[in-house]
Design a binder for this molecule. Structure first.
Ligand code: EPS
Length: 363
């Protein structure tokens, strides 16, 4: 299960401290202009070492296009992308290679496979998310060109600090700070919070919002291929994600039906206008034509220099201390990863909709 998607199928491979990481994107329609320069911006947005609030590992994250692109456009054949690892420091992991770091995948990988690559967390490392973002660049570009769909995200909560959670933030504000935070007046508070957290050696969770605009009505499949179910699965597959909400999500529990249902009235071009979007732009697993909205919860990073009780591979009690270059909050650079997974699911659903219902007359 290193692959996901149906008509657009993405496979990632590689370990954090191996020679390279990569992905294969299969099913992209031909004729989409793609160049190495297209990947730079989103990879930079996700990368470590771009502010003092993330891991200080410094990877160049230069994409090599190995296949599927000829004379600047996709050919319809599998697109293989490769990024070489250039700044792995495996000695940081020597002392914990035989120990299980609590909160990590160390124990579960060992229990499942009986063997694991402990260097940098191996395959379970957030390094793998680089290739999701690279694949997502292709999906974002196709969605924008074919449908004017835009997938964008921001951070709405860092530990106890909350932003206003606007439905449509000022995206220039979001991109103007290292947190992807929509309320620029709060950035100083976030900086001070993270500086204190880093000094304490602890970590914290975060919440990312993702909004897709321009999605037409009709994407998503009943019953087992619901758009919301596939978004939740894709977002939940990101390292450290522990919760996904669609639209108002868990707030719906305390709402009344009269409040939650989104009233409709006649709108322009024969399409309905909705008074609100509590549903997050999805009804019956199918897009309504409104913005599609998700909210994603990230747990606090488990790699801490604060000692913690654990066991080693032989079952002995040990005290684990993690050194190295870790993120005090993985959520800070998770916005582009969430956008990428969202865009990949949307593109797959768009292709599936076109395949089955491409000749259904618009009413
Ligand atoms: C990570 C631990 C750190 C991060 C890494 C994710 O790895 P290392 O100890 O090898 O520096 O730097 O993030 C990346 C390298 C990346 O590109 O995202 C982890 O345990 O998930």
């Amino acid at each position: 299960m290193n692959s996901f998607g149906h008509l657009l199928r993405v496979t990632t491979f590689g370990e954090s401290h191996g020679p390279a990481i990569g992905c294969v994107v299969d099913g992209c329609p031909p004729g989409l202009p793609i160049a190495v320069e297209d990947f730079a911006r989103d990879l930079e947005r996700r990368a470590t070492g771009r502010s003092r609030h993330t891991s200080q590992r410094r990877e160049t994250d230069e994409v090599e296009i190995l296949s599927g692109v000829y004379q600047g456009v996709t050919t319809g054949t599998p697109i293989a992308l490769l990024i070489r690892n250039t700044d792995a420091r495996s000695k940081d992991y020597a002392s914990i290679a035989q120990q299980f770091r609590p909160g990590h995948a160390d124990y579960t990988y060992q229990a499942k496979y009986g063997v694991r690559d402990p260097r940098g967390g191996g395959r379970s490392s957030a390094r793998e998310t680089t290739m999701r973002v690279a694949a997502g660049v292709i999906a974002k570009k196709w969605l924008a060109q074919a449908f004017d769909v835009e997938v964008r995200g921001y951070l709405s909560q860092l530990g106890e600090i909350r932003s206003s959670r606007p439905h449509v933030p000022d995206w220039n504000d979001v991109e103007s700070n290292p947190f992807f935070w929509p309320d620029v007046d709060q950035v100083g508070e976030l900086e001070a919070y993270m500086d204190a957290l880093r000094k304490s050696g602890d970590s914290v969770g975060a919440r990312v919002e993702v909004v897709a605009s321009g999605v037409p009505a009709g994407w998503g499949e009943p019953i087992y291929g619901k758009l919301d179910a596939e978004l939740a699965a894709a977002l939940m597959s990101i390292n450290a994600v522990k919760g996904v909400e669609i639209g108002d999500g868990f707030d719906a529990v305390a709402m009344h039906g009269s409040q939650h249902r989104d009233a409709m009235r006649p709108g322009p071009h024969g399409l309905p206008d909705f008074d609100s979007n509590h549903a997050g732009g999805i009804l019956g697993g199918i897009s309504t034509g409104q913005s599609v909205r998700c909210s994603v919860a990230f747990k606090p990073t488990s790699s801490l220099r604060l000692p913690v009780d654990s066991v080693d591979v032989d079952g002995n009690a040990v005290e684990v201390v993690t050194t190295g270059r870790h993120d005090p909050c993985v959520g800070i650079r998770a916005t582009p990863i969430c956008e990428a997974m969202f865009a990949l699911v949307l593109m797959d659903q768009a292709l599936r909709h076109r395949a089955q219902c491409g000749d259904v007359k618009k009413r």
